[in-house]
Structures are given as structure tokens and as C-alpha cells.
Design a protein around this ligand. Structure first.
Ligand code: AR6
Length: 182
């Protein structure tokens, strides 16, 4: 599924984010920026040792923030390490922190001239964020940012399986139909 917001494309696809050819790919990292499992394990393996060496020197990253490193062996030029929240019960500022992780990543794209970016579903694996809730927060944030800036020109969210893609597509459809009736 794809929509256009202020001239920029917002796309939802199913796949393995390490295969993306966008200028940047976003990694769902932890505060220490220590290599982990899930999407991080896949990106770390695919990017190779040179990217890991730079990552180790970034000095960690607080929850809700993002840092930029080189793409190493990936097709993407840059890896953005974004740290989403661990989900407790939704009453510990999780939504604000998740929105911030997406927003800070987009700000890095603008600051570094990265015109296309691929995101995974941050916090929805090990960190336990319910998929539909995460999709609502992420898509509202991405749409608001694009409505304001019109950049990056292409933003895609790469969902790992068909079920996740269906959830995100349904949330995006809802957001689109609500906004056209405002
Ligand atoms: N491409 C796209 N999405 C993927 C891929 C892939 N290759 N592999 C997994 N996913 P997670 P988190 C999806 O656990 O919840 C790490 O160890 C997966 O299905 O990777 O933010 C870090 O180092 C899920 O929907 O990230 C941190 O310690 C989504 O990516 C911690 O886990 C995110 O799942 C971060 O936890």
C-alpha cells in the first residue's frame, strides 16, 4: 500500500529490510547500541564489521532518540540507529517515545540529505509493543512529518510478515479516511 503526503511517498511493504536500496535504513536498536537479535541482528550481519566499528564509537543512544552511522556492505548509504521504548502497559510514555524515535530518524535524513528511508516496525519484537498500537503511533508521526516537510521523498515501512503488513495497511487506511473527512 502507498499514499502520497505533501508530494512524498509513504509506502508499506513486506520483506527483509536488509535488502532495501533506500538511502538509509533504520535499525531498531537498544540504548547501549550493543548488537542484538531480531532486525538488529540481521542488519548487523549484513552491514559487516566496518559499520559495527563505527557504531561502537557512537556512545549509545537514549530511548526516543536516533544516531547515524555508515551503511557498510548494505546497499543503503547509512544506518540510522533508533531506540524505541520497551512496552510496559502504555502508561509509561511509550507512545511519545516511539513517536520521537521515528521523528528523530526523519530529522537525521533531512540533516544528511538522505532522500529515501526504510523503517522496521520499531519496538514490536523483543520490546513488546502491540503491533496495531505501534502502527497507529508510527503512521501518525510519519504522516505529520511529511505533511510539514514533504521530505524525505520516499518513506517505507518494511514489515516482516503478511500479518504485520495487514495490520499496518488497515491502520493507514483508517488514518487516510479520517483525514479526508476533517
Ligand atoms: N526486516 C524487517 N523487519 C524485521 C526483520 C527484518 N530482517 N527481522 C525482524 N523484523 P526487534 P525491538 C521485525 O525485536 O522490538 C534487538 O535485539 C520483527 O518482526 O528486532 O525494537 C535490539 O538490539 C519486529 O516486528 O526490535 C534491541 O535490544 C520488528 O522487526 C531490541 O531487540 C522489531 O523487532 C529492540 O527491540
Amino acid at each position: 500500500m502507498q499514499v502520497v503526503v505533501n508530494g512524498a511517498r509513504l509506502e508499506l511493504v513486506q520483506g527483509d529490510i536488509t535488502r532495501e536500496t533506500t538511502d538509509a535504513i533504520v535499525n531498531a536498536a537498544n540504548e547501549a547500541l550493543a548488537p542484538g537479535g531480531g532486525v538488529d541482528g540481521a542488519i548487523t550481519r549484513a552491514a559487516g564489521p566496518a559499520a559495527l566499528e563505527v557504531r561502537r564509537k557512537l556512545g549509545g543512544c537514549p530511548t526516543g532518540e536516533a544516531k547515524l552511522g555508515p551503511g557498510g556492505n548494505l546497499a543503503a548509504r547509512a544506518i540510522i540507529y533508533a531506540v524505541g521504548p520497551v512496552y510496559h502497559d502504555g502508561r509509561h510514555g511509550e507512545a511519545d517515545l516511539l513517536a520521537s524515535a521515528y521523528r528523530r530518524s526523519l530529522e537525521l535524513c533531512l540533516a544528511h540529505g538522505l532522500d529515501s528511508v526504510a523503517f522496521p516496525a520499531i519496538s514490536t519484537g523483543v520490546y513488546g509493543y502491540p503491533m496495531a498500537d505501534a502502527a497507529r503511533v508510527a503512521l501518525a508521526t510519519l504522516r505529520a512529518f511529511l505533511a510539514q516537510h514533504g521530505q524525505p521523498r520516499r518513506v517505507r515501512v518494511v514489515l516482516f510478515n503478511a500479518e504485520a503488513l495487514a495490520v499496518w495497511s488497515s491502520v493507514l487506511s483508517q488514518l487516510e479516511s479520517t483525514s479526508t473527512h476533517e
